[in-house]
Design a protein around this ligand. Sequence first.
Ligand SMILES: Cc1ncc(COP(=O)(O)O)c(C=O)c1O
Length: 466
Amino acid sequence: MMFILNTTDRHPLHVKLYNQIKEQISAGKLLPHSKLPSVRHLSQELAISRNTVEYAYGQLCTEGYIYSKPQSGYYVSLLEQEFTPHTFQNTASPLEQTFEKPYLFDFHPAVLAPDSFPIKIWRKLLLDCLQKNLEKLSSYSNSQGEIKLRSEIQKYLERFRGVACTTEQIVICSGLQDSMSIIAQLLRAKHSTLAVEDPGHWIPKSVFQNNSYSIRCIPVNATGINLDYLQNSNSTIVYVTPSHQFPLGYTMPVENRLKLLHWAENVEGVIIEDDYDSELRYHGKPIPALQGLHPKGNIIYVGTFSKVLSPILRVSYMVLPYHLLTAYQQQFGNYAAAASLLEQLTLYEFMKQGYWERHLRKMRTVYRKKHDALLNAIERHFGNCVTILGQGAGLHLVIELIGNSGNEKDLICRAEEKNIRIHPLTDTYHSDNHQSAKIMLGFGKMTPEQLDKGIRQLAEAWHLCQ
Ligand SMILES: Cc1ncc(COP(=O)(O)O)c(C=O)c1O
């Protein structure tokens, strides 16, 4: 029996000894009813005080790992082996051990420009908030989120997105998953089927499935979700991205928007409009939100700060139609808002003091340059071997390779060999009925120069050189 008191472990001596004995008992190294060294003997062996050993033994006795026999000493208890607590092994799982590979060129569609976050101003506002709001920061925020922030969002949505709503209708959420989860539960009493765009974002489908909804996958064409398929789908809720379809980038024309509104009226259905990145439109005016066409209609509008500001903040919002507010308050009135109050307060100051509008304008310029650089690079290095879809907005576009250039998996593998990251577009397809080699190219992270080099290397990898 040997105990070694590890010198790098910063716990006090009695805790180190207690932990070691407990671990050896749990691991079966100290057998039931075996005698432990006497207090005097162990204190001499480890050159520690008797008090230290007595303290460790006393604690183990109290917890039942060992027992004492008068005039005899301490013995290991007999424990049910099956339930013996095993010491937590601090080894990372294989998944955690795989560090993210640093790519030379990263075309991931959801990565922003690393230097775009307004660190200085954010840090200042955050510290100001901490100092000014000490009392507030020791409590929970309103379940719908900070009223001041909701009021800023309301003004912004009215001015920039054509959304007509009141502060009361806005709920602060912590991302798409959070808003979808609330919506799925809110609508469950009257609805059971959700229609999603195919291809489309995977989160709404997963969240509604987890809430026992049936899912209908509706194909997308150049005018957005296919309305004929939707009509025949028997669903009463639809999730759409009408201003910039994710991932193909199409814009739903007003004629289809009006038809979609009719559909919702006819089936007493609900439209979930995800307006995730429509601030980022580079040529021409931003497309107003569908919600603004029929503010009293059955539309739940969803937006986020993840695209223009940062996804790490986990702050998004939704606008509920009036008739869902009472149900929302009944079901979720006792919940605390999922988004951090400190981030909410900082964001409020950021918006109120005019930084958000300035940042928005700046980001539009930054990403427009990258977007244009990517288009030029594609033209220069791919020529007419590809057609481009969904350009002019957001943080990515899609190219379709013309002719027999291999499938997506093969193309992504060939890119990997050159240390280029491409996120598979197939991840966004809910069904398997897609055949052509379409590739999603995000341009948020790289500089215009890197984008050009990256596309040139891709052309080489894919043998598309001009
Ligand atoms: C279609 C779509 N909606 C919403 C989001 C934003 O999600 P979140 O607010 O959870 O960051 C994204 C992010 O990539 C997206 O692609």
